[in-house]
Design a protein around this ligand. Structure first.
Ligand SMILES: [Zn+2]
Length: 189
């Protein structure tokens, strides 16, 4: 399916308003090269840039603008995934969407390299394990006690406890990095 006719509107990528845009209704090869993906109105300067870069050419730790269901930007995790900030029902959290080549779960169909690289030292994970809500010590889960495992235990001592109240630890440094660059990345380049 080729892009629609031109209409005057705003570009869903660069957010510029009142300019000719075309809707890309599905994965299409663009006349300018690359691919575009739809339910998106894109201006002529954005559409060719948001091409489907082959997975092998992506750079781990690099921030990309992406065309997909739930994210606007994502950091490539080196393994087919882009980690970005998803907003749902008023809350924001780190979420991964996968490259289109990544089997049936692939939803990211276009991307543009921003040239921004995640600093070393910030882990490329949506979560950093779990901790006990009360003591704030790191915890992990073995097999269930009923199956001969020790259930939840403190990873610093190996001690199992039924009093552990496990809670996922968010990767706040990565969240902050994405938030800062999302806020600063709007508008003209
Ligand atoms: Zn645009």
């Amino acid at each position: 399916m080729s892009p629609s006719h031109y209409e005057n509107g705003s570009c869903s990528n660069c957010k510029r308003e009142n300019l000719p845009v075309r809707m890309y209704g599905t994965l299409v090869k663009l006349p300018e090269g690359g691919y575009g993906f739809g339910d998106r109105w894109l201006c002529d300067s954005c559409a060719p840039r948001l091409e489907l870069i082959p997975q092998v050419k992506l750079i781990k730790g690099r921030l990309y603008k992406i065309l997909c269901r739930n994210l606007k930007t994502g950091i490539y995790d080196g393994n087919g995934g882009f980690i970005g900030i998803r907003e749902k029902l008023g809350s924001c959290y780190l979420f991964t969407e996968y490259h289109f080549d990544h089997g049936h779960i692939g939803t990211v169909r276009g991307m543009e390299d921003t040239g921004i690289q995640l600093p070393d030292g910030i882990p490329l994970e949506t979560r950093l394990g779990s901790e006990d809500q009360i003591t704030k010590r790191p915890v992990a889960f073995d097999r269930p006690v009923a199956e001969g495992g020790k259930g939840w235990f403190f990873t610093d001592t190996g001690e199992a406890s039924e009093a552990i109240w496990p809670c996922a630890v968010g990767n706040m440094e990565l969240f902050k990095f994405l938030k800062d660059h999302e806020a600063g990345g709007e508008g003209e380049k």
